[in-house]
Write a protein that binds this ligand. Structure first.
Ligand code: AKG
Length: 485
């Protein structure tokens, strides 16, 4: 299941599939909304996307095209059928249906050449149509709350992005612009043709000329400074308190590989937090991932990024940018006074190469739902990201891959002392700033009992459902959360 695709309800695209949406699902970041069209849309344009292709580009285009063709339905009829069924609920828009059919007709052509002969003026006309389809459906995606957007519009948008990506790399070869088009479909659209966009991006990445590192924007100027594995030279941007001293009596218990029964009887059933150790040490991410590795694998991919120190702040917003730009601007830059956080995003559905590096904690099998319903989110950011005190409806295993996080936990029994926001959007979020509470406004907060820990790489925190949690990154950090029932 791809990001922003079947199964997820209400959350908008960007966050965990689709830009973070209009606060539908009671996920922690219920303020999430759709980020605006990425400023990168124009900037990412590469020569491959423009007129006047060189012979070398044409040659590259042929190689990519040969690799892409097998991913597409072999006959136009099959694509037409999928177009009809997957977009049939778009409220009577005959002109749009006709645009989609015309784009497919241009792609496959009338003559015997079929897909292989898609080129020249046919490509130009299809590119223009794809842009109209994207623009039209984009408008529809941006009306009302994300939860209420008809999924058929998201499929139409995905088709627009697919046609656009195909046109961009036909003749000119793989380009960042084509990868970006696919990512937009993955983030805001819905699955079409058995998740074809994921497969198209995979092919494009294999054909992008130069290393993905060099292709991720904003990178070239930094190559010297941030070579592989060099310790970060980042100075402390803000006056964050250092790692707080953990009170012995409040410290979350740690166990090395407890048996399933022990975990179930003593932690899952009584809903008690626990740090599990020794259960993810063998995951490839534990030895492979570094900032440079992430940039290498995912630098050219567009992702949603939260801007602002915490999602409860007025000036908080979201945007889309490439992982390469995110790393350059928010992870490795000095003196950046705004925090950027790639938070609560289903990155692993978007980039299966990264999914291969993680597993599923065995203890998830104690849940009643099947594996498909486990939501896996990435949380990647610099030191100082804060997730304000909030609760989520599902059990959570928070796996720490890189860096450390300070985490404070309160049981649901403490809810009254935590002063949840009153409005429906932020009802799962406390008004209290955990590390600097205003005790005049929130006097009961002082009496609330809590547990706390510093979660380090290789440790997995079990956060029982509805347990309130506050999270502050002490270092550049990557965590993976598994929400399960
Ligand atoms: O790591 C974070 O910043 C927040 C994690 C979280 O809220 C979650 O996993 O539900």
């Amino acid at each position: 299941m791809g990001p922003g695709q079947e199964g997820e309800e209400g959350r908008g695209p960007g966050g965990a599939g689709g830009p973070a949406g209009g606060g539908g699902r009671s996920s922690s970041r219920s303020r999430r909304r759709r980020p605006g069209k990425s400023k990168g849309e124009a900037e990412l344009a590469s020569p491959a996307g423009r007129e006047g292709q060189t012979p070398a580009a044409t040659c590259a285009g042929s190689a990519v095209w040969a690799a892409l063709q097998p991913l597409l339905p072999s006959r136009r009829k099959e694509m037409d059928q999928d177009l009809c069924t997957s977009t049939s609920t778009t409220p009577s828009e005959p002109s749009l249906a006709s645009l989609l059919q015309q784009a497919a007709a241009l792609l496959y052509g009338e003559g015997p050449g079929g897909l292989a002969s898609f080129s020249g003026p046919r490509r130009e006309a299809c590119l223009q149509l794809s842009e109209r389809i994207c623009d039209y459906s984009w408008e529809k995606l941006n009306v009302g709350t994300w939860r209420d957007v008809d999924k058929a519009w998201r499929r139409v948008y995905s088709y627009g992005c697919l046609f656009r990506a195909l046109c961009l790399c036909r003749d000119g070869g793989a380009s960042l612009e084509a990868v970006h088009a696919c990512d937009m479909g993955l983030l805001l659209g819905a699955s079409i043709l058995d998740n074809i966009l994921v497969r198209v991006v995979r092919v494009l990445q294999q054909h992008l000329s130069g290393s993905p590192r060099a292709l991720s924007s904003g990178l070239a100027s930094e190559e010297g400074g941030w070579g592989g594995g060099e310790p970060l030279r980042k100075k402390c941007r803000k006056e964050w308190p250092q790692a707080p001293a953990i009170k012995a009596e409040a410290e979350v218990l740690q166990l090395v590989c407890p048996s399933l029964e022990h975990f179930k009887d003593n932690y899952l059933i009584p809903q008690k937090p626990l740090i599990l150790e020794g259960i993810v040490d063998h995951w490839p991410c534990m030895r492979k991932w570094s900032v440079d590795y992430l940039r290498q694998v995912a630098g050219s991919r567009t992702v949603p990024v939260e801007l602002g120190s915490r999602y409860t702040d007025e000036e908080w917003s979201q945007t889309l940018m490439t992982v390469g730009d995110f790393i350059s601007r928010y992870i490795k830059s000095e003196g950046q006074d705004q925090t950027g956080y790639l938070a609560q995003h289903q990155l692993f559905d978007q980039i299966p190469e990264l999914k291969d590096d993680i597993g599923l904690p065995d203890y998830c099998c104690l849940g009643e739902a099947d594996e498909e319903s486990i939501t896996v989110n990435a949380w990647f950011g610099p030191m100082g990201t804060i997730s304000p005190l909030h609760q989520d409806p599902e059990q959570n295993f928070l796996v720490q891959v890189m860096g450390r996080k300070y985490i404070r936990l309160y049981s649901p029994q403490q809810t009254e002392q935590l002063y949840p926001h009153q409005g429906s959007l932020l009802h799962n979020t406390s008004q209290v700033d955990v590390e600097d509470p205003d005790l005049e406004r929130f006097p009961q907060f002082k009496a609330a009992a809590f547990q706390e820990c510093i979660l380090s790489p290789g440790q997995v925190l079990f956060i029982p459902a509805r347990h309130w949690h506050y999270v502050r990154a002490l270092d550049t950090s990557f965590s993976v959360s598994f929400w399960w029932s």
